[in-house]
Write a protein that binds this ligand. Structure first.
Ligand code: ADP
Ligand code: MG
Length: 483
């Protein structure tokens, strides 16, 4: 068992040490990877391995089964994608690697990352098979052949039952976000799918947390696995934690005060229940703070839409439960707010680790009732810090100021199926319609729909001009999404 704990306590005391300096990390060329693959990594600007990659790649490349645990955003995808790509025989057009993910969204992220990493070889086919889209096109794609399949357990099962997917040639089976798959009740589906893969295969299990179920899953499907665990470590200097004592009935109101005071451009607020999520969104809106909720029961399309609005800066506050927010790769969160301190220190660390990721520092603001102060003590003890308590009275309450996003998302009915590309939308806005490039933000094209963020001030006019003009030679329906 490889248990790597780069905890500050185990590091030799070095008075010259710069605690804020980034860890240089090891270069990829230490690994037995093909030269072309190393070149692709250079092109992607993957200079050094992340800690989970450095710990797991040598083992996975040596064909060991693996249980790897590391937080969201730590680079787990490449940690399994590189070994499975390195083993692949492109001349053999059969599914040689299967990656199971809990949701379509995560499967799409993984598919994109594998495709990027697979650029070193022109003909590697990576196919995503998820629910929520018709079976037929997926069956057709499978009939044309694929080397790597990424999918959700339910849909993979459907294909197996209908005989459109064969797994006899699978060398590598990956269970990504295994904890979340168990949460979602996929245990039996995973068992079914694993049972259809050859027993002589490599199985790689990745998980952000390590509940009991994971050990049982591993015992069933992995063979003498190596374990790699990277207990969460945040650059303490980057995440500024503050705790506020507030009694239960007042805490939703307190969230509004925090937002008004800190005015973060993007905030993820964690609630413990779905009902609390709904209540909080309602309260924030009534206070002039734009917010959207994300919950596990949403339809995929709704969920995608919320995430797109949050990522393209059209919505400053996203309210979610832990389950709903798990695994999302949201860059540039300026603040995380814990509406309640969770009793589980590991979850707390996981939540706040979503801010302070890039160059900028992030706020982790936690509300806590006097009865729950013990929880903070437990967290502080586990992480080895002195909690910084602040009073709500310190917060400037400028009631008059609404908190609005700088951008508004326009929804265009028409997408990939209509051959619409981001460049077409940008062209339509900056061409005839006469807006500048700077006024247009992120453009996301999905199968049926296109989302484009534009500056709030021009939103109304942009809708009018887009609707008056043409996109790919035809009229389109456009409307602004209100948050
Ligand atoms: P996880 O699965 O652990 O949540 P991901 O695999 O999604 O994390 O990686 C998070 C981000 O980091 C992705 O945008 C990915 O492209 C990037 N990334 C991964 N490994 C490296 C690396 N070695 N160097 C630079 N960027 C990396
Ligand atoms: Mg991942």
């Amino acid at each position: 068992m490889t248990d790597i704990k780069p905890s500050p306590a185990s590091r030799p005391a070095d008075p010259m040490a710069q605690p804020t300096a980034p860890d240089p990390g090891l270069p990829f060329d230490r690994l037995p990877l093909p030269a072309a693959m190393l070149e692709t990594l250079r092109q992607l600007d993957y200079r050094t391995m992340t800690p989970i990659q450095a710990a797991s790649l040598p083992l996975a490349l040596a064909a060991h089964d693996l249980i790897a645990q590391a937080k969201t955003g730590s680079g787990k995808t490449a940690a399994f994608a590189l070994p499975l790509l390195a083993r692949l025989d492109v001349r053999k057009l059969a599914v040689q690697a299967l990656v199971l993910c809990p949701t379509r969204e995560l499967a799409d992220q993984v598919t994109q990352e594998i495709r990027r990493l697979a650029r070193f070889e022109a003909n590697i086919k990576v196919l995503a098979l998820c629910g929520g889209t018709p079976m037929r096109p997926q069956r057709d794609s499978l009939a044309h052949g694929a080397h790597v399949v990424v999918g959700t357990p339910g849909r993979i099962m459907d294909h197996l039952e209908r005989g459109s997917l064969a797994l006899e040639a699978v060398d590598t089976l990956v269970l990504d976000e295994a904890d979340r798959m168990l949460d979602m009740g996929f245990h039996d589906d995973i068992a079914f799918v694993a049972g259809r893969c050859p027993t002589a295969r490599q199985t790689l299990l990745f998980s952000a947390t390590f509940p009991d179920g994971i050990a049982r899953l591993a015992a069933r499907f992995l063979r003498t696995p190596q374990e790699v665990k990277l207990p969460e470590q945040h650059a303490a200097s980057k995440i500024r934690q503050r705790f506020y004592e507030v009694e239960h009935p007042a805490r939703l109101q307190a969230v509004a005060r925090l937002l008004r005071h800190y005015r973060p451009a993007s905030t993820l607020a964690f609630c413990n229940t779905r009902q609390q999520c709904r209540d909080l969104v309602e309260l924030l809106r009534s206070e002039g703070i734009a917010a959207l909720a994300l919950n596990g029961e949403m339809e995929q399309r709704e969920r995608d839409q919320v995430l797109i609005q949050f990522a393209n800066r059209s919505c400053p506050v996203l309210v979610a439960t832990d389950v709903a927010a798990r695994g999302l790769d949201i860059a540039q969160l300026e603040a995380v707010i814990n509406v309640d301190v969770t009793p589980d220190p590991e979850i707390h660390v996981h939540r706040i680790g979503r801010t302070g990721r890039g160059e900028d520092a992030g706020w982790a603001l936690s509300l806590c009732s006097s009865a729950d102060k013990r929880r903070v003590a437990a967290i502080a003890q586990m992480l080895g810090f002195e909690p910084e308590w602040h009073a709500l009275d310190e917060l400037v309450a400028d009631e008059a100021q609404p908190l609005q996003a700088p951008m508004v998302t326009l929804l265009i009915l028409g997408g990939r199926k209509d051959k619409i590309r981001p460049a077409d939308v940008l062209g339509a806005l900056t061409g005839e319609a006469g807006f500048t490039r700077e006024q247009v933000g992120k453009i996301t094209v999905t199968d049926q729909t296109t989302y484009v963020a534009v500056e709030r001030a021009i939103a109304h006019e942009a809708v009018r001009r887009l609707a008056a003009g043409k996109l790919k030679g035809r009229k389109v329906k456009v409307r602004a999404l209100e948050v």
